[in-house]
Design a protein around this ligand. Structure first.
Ligand code: TXA
Ligand code: MG
Length: 332
């Protein structure tokens, strides 16, 4: 199959709509990462997504709708706190899990709930309005690989496997949405994102990620994720000197080493190869996946440095960062 990459125009939108109606898969931009979309009412199309990604069948998909889409058409119960949160944060990088109505294809891996997302990027809104369907979409990467934040990332993972990638430029948020369970008496964060628990708590009380020991409520959180295809080493900024010693050892063995870190490390990194995550958590979120993919072609060894401040929005960035680096810090 030939994969076309097309800017969003009336004719590419028309093509996307026709493909989805025919049960085909279309990749599209959102403010977080690119999605791999199928008509959420089409069983066969939803099955195709799992096949193309190589995604485990027990990991449910998010259903994407435009701002004007009637939520009650696909979910059965919307608690009052969820209405308050939707008013505060939607459209935006927040996915809310509700009891479903059982009128969609099996997007939820057998669960009775359905995760719904109203993305804020104008390109995503335009696409979803034009096609008029609820669109089931995971991130448009091969399972376990780094999530895509540009059309070329999608192409490099899925060339020849899907007919169309809608190109809306680079994603501005850069890490996946916060997933929030809205089926209980209080909302609960299942996957951290740039809408943080602290932000949610300014509106309503909120529970944290799954209590330890409990089976992951968001099945996706138990899988390895975001892994760049190069060797990785992980250090805390507090141990930056040890990280740089490892970098120097690797380069003296003839390896191409790079450091992935925030600007606060620049001075100590000096003349070494430096992939900068910028100054803030938002900078880091926006740049992380692109830099991990860049490192795959530049580096034999990538030395990751977790910043000293690891709370608030940085905690969400660190959630992805640590997974990409295998989660274990090197000891000094
Ligand atoms: O930002 C995003 O959320 C992107 C863009 C494309 O919208 N999508 C995304 O999808 O990250 P994916 O499939 O890579 O991650 C979906 C996450 C998984 O952790 C999955 O387990 C969880 O959402 N999820 C989906 N449906 C769920 C449900 N009914 N209950 C609990 N968790 C659910
Ligand atoms: Mg994903």
């Amino acid at each position: 199959m030939r994969t076309e990459v097309e800017k969003i125009t009336p004719s590419s939108l028309q093509k996307a709509k026709r493909l989805l109606e025919e049960g085909e898969i279309v990749a599209f931009p959102t403010e977080t990462v690119y999605g791999l979309g199928a008509n959420a009412r089409d069983d066969e199309a939803v099955r195709k997504i799992y096949e193309i990604k190589g995604r485990p069948r027990d990991n449910p998909l998010i259903v994407h709708i435009h701002e004007g889409f009637p939520l009650e058409e696909i979910v059965s119960t919307v608690p009052d706190y969820a209405r308050l949160l939707a008013a505060a944060f939607l459209p935006g990088p927040l996915t809310m899990v509700y009891e479903g109505r059982g009128n969609l294809a099996d997007v939820s891996a057998g669960l009775s709930t359905v995760a719904v997302r109203v993305p804020s990027s104008p390109a995503a809104q335009e696409f979803l309005k034009f096609v008029g369907l609820p669109v089931a979409a995971p991130s448009a990467n091969v399972s376990k690989h780094v999530s895509p934040t540009s059309a070329s990332h999608v192409l490099s993972d899925l060339d020849g496997k899907i007919p169309l990638i809608l190109d809306g430029g680079e994603c501005s948020v850069g890490i996946e949405s916060t997933v929030l369970d809205c089926t209980g008496p209080r909302p609960r964060v299942l996957r951290p994102g740039m809408v943080t628990r602290e932000m949610i708590e300014t509106v309503v009380p909120c529970d944290d990620c799954m209590p330890t020991g409990e089976r992951p409520a968001s099945p996706g959180m138990k899988y390895a994720h975001y892994m760049p295809r190069c060797a990785t080493l992980l250090f805390r900024e507090e141990d930056l000197d040890a990280g740089l010693r490892r970098y120097d050892e690797e380069t003296s063995k003839g390896k191409r080493a790079y450091v992935l870190a925030f600007e606060s490390c620049r001075e100590m990194i000096g003349e070494r190869n430096f992939l900068s995550l910028g100054e803030t958590a938002s900078d880091g979120a926006e740049r992380l996946y692109g830099l991990l993919r860049e490192a795959e072609s530049l580096a034999d060894v990538l030395v990751g440095v977790a910043p000293k401040k690891r709370d608030g929005a940085m905690e969400s960035v660190m959630n992805r960062f640590l997974k990409a680096f295998g989660g274990e810090y090197e000891e000094d």
